[in-house]
Design a binder for this molecule. Structure first.
Ligand code: ADP
Length: 646
């Protein structure tokens, strides 16, 4: 080891014979060792107490205590137990060697020793001892690092962690005080904390900026390496903050490196010069790596906490009611708005099923639908008994560390909108009702008039008749819709949809023929009648057929399908007509919506037919849909549940 040359051993020669002592001293000094001498046991113990030797060359026969006893005593003291002892004996017999070994001697030499043998044994033992101490130091260092890393990994609070890093490191390296700089992703200072700093010392942002530019910390950041300053007065990288500061002699600093990025700098200070060794730097570097990991964890934890608080603030603050369930379909969350709407607290319902906790049929049905389809449900209305009307959807969400699935319902209170709509409907239906009688009068007189006038006058009266017809259609549609929305026509009976469809087709046959449109049916026998209002259901089919005829040019075709699927009776009317642009589809069932296209501009209509279809079907618990391709044709459909008695 190279250490042997730089640190020659300190050897204590204990012998009562001055010639032997001198002989050994001269030989050893020539080999570069420092030699101390003792004549007897008493002097030997005094020398050892003054300073621990690296090796003892011990004569067995001494005037006060023999070498065996001295060895025994030394071995009993833990501080001295590891000093190598070579026993010098004239007696080259087995017994002495056994006694010596029992006492704890490391080796033997027969007196007078051979010069070369003496040096060889001394050197071997000293090397062994140095290796041992090296190992011991490594072991202590590993234990220390383990303790520090355990302590640090337990701490997740960033502020506490920063101080803890300094608190643990300062005594470990025997420093007087220290500081820790934490850098942000852009290399700016995120935190700068001190431990045992002189009160009143002020480190302004300006000084801080200089420190990470040209100071020791800056050097460490730029080189991503640790550094020792043996004497701060002789090194321009040491910057003194204005104000009172404790005496500083030497400094040591190491980077905190995580994933090849310097995330901070750990600096320790001693008031005396030349206090830190390369071994200290090595240790500080290792502590720095542990600290960097702990800091990253704490920062991650902090970010997650922040995110969590933000989400919580949103959930608490939002006016929409939110309900979440987990994979096992148990309630995991109810925000304050939901607590208020349903009149329960999260504590009361957490971990329970919806059926138990919030027995609302539409809500449960929507959750089941989202679970079955793994897709968000279409918006649904829910009116709570004596409570608000809510508009809601249920969506699947992936949550949790393993992407566990759950479902979330967001419910919006639309009570005030419903009230507005009710008022508007009441107004429309009153106006429509009042318009009906004057329109009948206009129609009647126009018809009378047409018989009394000449050809020119007939043209005018025809216009009056057409306009009056359009107006009364509109009024009729408005009244129909008003009635449906008011919940009229709810008397139900089992209806056979296929029969209803065939009757409707018959009624449109003539119209289809005159427009040269081919009418076809594809009816699969349906086992169950549906529970419905036959007049209203006929109106649904009539409206769809009438539209198909209106929006299909001559020579086209219409096919009506009836079948049973997914436990429901389904009807579709498919035409080869003008089709509907994709962006118009979402509004197609809205009241008064008409597709603004030149080819259908002259087709008479109110924009209420499909709204009536939707209102009737939904009132029957069914669904409507549309598929269409512009220029290719459209398919409108609806489904109804079979009657319960069937
Ligand atoms: P309208 O009285 O205008 O026909 P509807 O509510 O029945 O009112 O239909 C709304 C709009 O939807 C129509 O104006 C038309 O633009 C479009 N539409 C309805 N059915 C069809 C269809 N079969 N083919 C193409 N467009 C259609």
């Amino acid at each position: 080891m190279s250490l042997q040359r730089t640190l020659p051993g300190d050897i204590l020669v204990v012998d009562d014979n001055s010639d032997s002592r001198t002989w050994a001293r001269v030989r050893l000094q020539q080999a570069g060792y420092v030699v101390r001498e003792a004549r007897n046991a008493k002097q030997a113990f005094a020398e050892i107490a003054r300073q621990l030797p690296d090796l003892i060359l011990l004569d067995v026969l001494l005037p006060d205590l023999d070498g065996f006893e001295i060895t025994r005593r030394l071995r009993r003291d833990s501080a001295l137990a590891s000093i190598p002892i070579i026993l010098l004996t004239v007696l080259d017999d087995r017994d002495s060697k056994i006694r010596g070994l029992e006492a704890g001697a490391s080796d033997f030499l027969t007196k007078p020793p051979d010069h070369a043998e003496l040096l060889a044994r001394v050197e071997t033992l000293l090397n062994l001892r140095r290796n041992q101490s090296e190992l011991l130091r490594e072991k202590t260092k590993i234990e220390l690092l383990y303790r520090i890393s355990r302590e640090l990994s337990r701490e997740l609070n960033l502020e506490t962690l920063l101080s803890r890093i300094l608190e643990l490191t300062i005594p470990t390296l025997g420093a007087s005080r220290g500081s820790l700089i934490l850098l942000d992703k852009q290399g700016g200072i995120l935190r700068h904390i001190f431990a045992r700093q002189e009160r009143g010392a002020t480190v302004t942002d300006e000084v801080r900026g200089k420190i990470i530019q040209n100071g020791l910390a800056g050097w460490v950041i730029q080189h991503q390496a640790g550094e020792i300053i043996a004497d701060v007065r002789a090194d321009p990288r040491w910057m003194v903050a204005p104000g009172p500061s404790a005496p500083t002699g030497s400094a040591i600093a190491a980077p905190l490196i995580h994933q090849d990025r310097c995330t901070g700098v750990l600096t320790l200070i001693h008031e005396e010069t030349d206090r830190f060794t390369p071994a200290d730097l090595d240790l500080l570097y290792s502590i720095g790596s542990q600290a960097a990991v702990a800091l990253v964890n704490a920062q991650l934890f902090w970010t997650i906490e922040q995110e969590h608080s933000r989400m919580e603030a949103i959930l608490v603050g939002t006016a929409d009611a939110i309900i979440a369930t987990n994979e096992a379909q148990r309630i995991t969350l109810l925000n304050p708005a939901a607590e208020q709407v349903f009149g329960v607290t999260l504590d009361q319902v957490e971990g329970r099923s919806l059926e138990e906790a919030l027995p609302s049929e539409p809500l449960i049905a929507a959750f089941r639908r989202a679970e079955a389809t793994s897709r968000p449900t279409p918006p649904t209305e829910l009116t709570l008994p004596d409570g608000p009307t809510l508009f809601f959807t249920v969506s699947p969400v992936a949550a949790g560390p393993k992407g566990e699935r759950g479902w979330v319902a967001v419910l919006q209170d639309i009570t005030h909108l419903k009230e507005l709509e009710r008022m508007k409907n009441a107004f429309v239906s009153t106006v429509s009702h009042d318009l009906r009688s004057p329109l009948v009068t206009i129609h009647g007189y126009a018809e009378l008039l047409s018989k009394m006038v000449d050809e020119e006058g007939k043209k005018f009266t025809q216009t009056i008749l057409t306009t009056a017809k359009e107006m009364s259609d509109l009024v009729q549609d408005l009244l129909d819709l008003g009635k449906i929305e008011a919940g009229m026509g709810t008397d139900r009976e089992p209806c056979r949809v296929e029969e209803l469809v065939l009757k409707a087709l018959k009624a449109f046959e003539l119209q289809a023929r005159s427009k040269e449109i081919h009418l076809a049916t594809k009816i699969t026998p349906v086992a169950h009648p549906v529970e419905g209002n036959p007049v209203q259901l006929r109106q649904v089919v009539d409206n769809l057929l009438s539209n198909a005829l209106k929006y299909t040019p001559s020579g086209g075709s219409i096919i009506v399908r009836v079948w049973e699927g997914g436990g429901q009776v389904r009807v579709e009317v498919e035409d080869s007509g003008v089709g509907i642009p994709r962006k118009a589809l979402p509004q197609i069932f809205d009241k008064f919506y008409r597709v603004p296209r030149p080819e259908t501009r002259d087709v008479p209509g109110t924009g209420l037919g499909l709204a009536i279809v939707k209102a009737i079907v939904e009132q029957h618990g069914g669904e409507v849909w549309v598929k269409s391709e512009l220029g290719q044709g459209s398919t409108f459909g609806f489904s109804l549940f079979p009657s319960a008695e069937s």
